[in-house]
Ligand binder design. Sequence first.
Ligand SMILES: [Zn+2]
Length: 264
Amino acid sequence: MKIYISVDFEGVACSTSWSSTNLGDIEHGPLAKEMTLEAVAACQGALEAGATEIYVKDAHDSGRNIDFTLFPKDVRLILDWKYSPDSMICGLDSSFDAVMYVGYHSPAGSNGSPLSHTMNRKTNYIKLNGKLASEFLIHAYIAASRGVPSVFLSGDKALCSHVHSFDPNITAVAVKEGMGAATINLTPELAQEKIREGARTALLNRAACHMDVPSPLTMEINYKDHFYALRASYYPGVTMLDDFTVSYTADSVEDVMTARMFIL
Ligand SMILES: [Zn+2]
């Protein structure tokens, strides 16, 4: 059983401020450690469920946040960026049996976390066929289009509800909850315990997980700055809905995500 684990930062237990998400910030170190240990917990759960190959992608900002010395011996670590439309799950192909997401967070346009955003902080929201698009949704659609089910996610509580609105069978573990600019968090010890157990259960239940990828797929992006909408309007097929908002429609999720890579 071959597993891909994509690990972000803003949805790990106790991450709360934007400054802490930057490599080199004084608060980054302890949270990068938590990011690492939550990813390790997911690896341990996967191994307990029978995983034989595990790829872990550091999918936050620099792509070089995790402490690579702490992973089980046979895990493969993907660091930094390929610069491809599949972004946070780069390298995923149909040879994988499941994708898991650790440290994921609520999307732009949601108050689920003080760190809500989608891919970067340029937008007020991104929608796919009228629904708020999280980083989870974007990558789960890509994975589904390649025949790989998304089976597990950990992150903030509101994101877990968002995930279940697309597939109620995904195992979702909330390690924190947004409360205005604050967060209520599990302790690292309990968060890691729940992730390990959740990842194990998720892989045992993976046959139940399935997401349909809509076709055609329309992506709507509302930028905070009007000039980004203008710039995006030069991408072939993009239409401007108003001074801040653009729309792009294609039949395949790969085409939509290629457009996203260039216009976001
Ligand atoms: Zn993110």
